[in-house]
Write a protein that binds this ligand. Structure first.
Ligand code: SF4
Length: 310
């Protein structure tokens, strides 16, 4: 297999930072699910979660460097005890605050308060929903996912999320249930829209499709099932040079649950710090300058295959 760096070079491209416009905050690895594709190997037995002290440092960071968009992810952020503190602190500091949810964590009765907070603060919800085929979705995200996910979307629609004219955005994310590339986004969105409406009477705003990144639990599954080499070849053969300009690592920074900075959540998963130097958000006085290099690996092929990691 040709290393990712060599493929870039062959096309006369390099992976360097542009202007940092977005901040992703990984609040930890604790999750109520143990999905087969999770690049962070999150799950119910993980204990790493962002403390209130780190949240305060992240909020101060967002104050020093106003980002156009801030994206809270995990694990399941809803399980992190101080999530409301983080949301309240970030709302005034960005034009667009997003919360990623696996739906089942948000749907639990104990999380009603978080949902009301999201409604009142107009937080954009990004929810994982791999397939409209319940057997396939449950195979990836664990037994009972579809039932819980549908209930959650019903509750979200009832609260106004995904409903035209409400201003409350609910976007879904779908990633393949096996070692193959996702269907084209527009085609997949049409199918999701009609399937979800016809089968369950539920709605959403937009669907994003992502290729699974060969890291963490998905990498182990690929190796155990004998699919690793074939999947990496599929990603490499799908390399699309046009995706490089728009890669999220060019304009986004990621912060880990313990407050350190990375170019993206995948580099965070493998422990490669931004600028190849371990820095805590509390000590950062300058954002990486445009043109500075991004740490890349062969897993980057997942972001550049087909129409890319939008
Ligand atoms: S994994 Fe994707 S987002 Fe991260 S550095 Fe590689 S290309 Fe960029």
């Amino acid at each position: 297999m040709m290393p990712f760096a060599a493929t870039l070079e062959k096309h006369g491209l390099s992976l360097v930072r542009g202007e940092a416009r977005a901040l992703q905050i990984n609040t930890g690895l604790l999750c109520d699910r143990r999905c087969r594709h999770c690049h962070l190997e999150a799950g119910p037995d993980r204990r790493e979660v962002m403390s209130r002290e780190t949240m305060a440092a992240v909020i101060a960071f967002a104050e020093r460097f106003p980002f156009r968009a801030v994206d809270i992810t995990g694990g399941a952020p809803e399980l992190v005890p101080d999530l409301p503190f983080l949301i309240e602190g970030l709302v005034p500091r960005t034009a667009r605050l997003m919360l990623r949810s696996n739906l089942t964590a948000l749907a639990a009765p104990a999380r009603e308060e978080i949902l009301s907070l999201c409604v009142s603060r107009r937080v954009v919800l990004i929810a994982s929903f791999p397939s409209t085929n319940p057997a396939q979705a449950d195979a990836q995200r664990g037994a009972g996912f579809t039932e819980g996910g549908i209930t959650a979307i019903r509750n979200l629609n009832a609260a106004g999320y995904g409903v035209e004219g409400s201003g409350l955005e609910l976007h879904l994310v779908s990633n393949p249930v096996g070692a193959f590339l996702p269907a084209p986004q527009a085609q997949a969105e049409g199918k999701f829209r009609s399937d979800l409406l016809r089968k369950w009477g539920i709605a959403f705003n937009e669907l994003y499709t992502f290729a699974n990144v060969p890291l963490g639990r998905f990498r182990s599954w690929l190796a155990e099932s004998g699919n690793f080499d074939r999947y990496m070849r599929t990603l490499q053969d799908g390399f699309n040079p046009c995706t490089v300009e728009g890669l999220m690592c060019r304009t986004q920074l990621s912060v880990s649950w313990d407050g350190h900075l990375y170019d993206c959540d995948f580099n965070l998963a493998v422990g490669r710090h931004q600028g190849e130097r371990k820095s805590h958000v509390s000590e950062i006085r300058d954002l990486p300058s445009p043109g500075s290099p991004i740490a890349a690996g062969d897993y980057c092929y997942a972001c550049t295959a087909g129409s890319g990691f939008t």
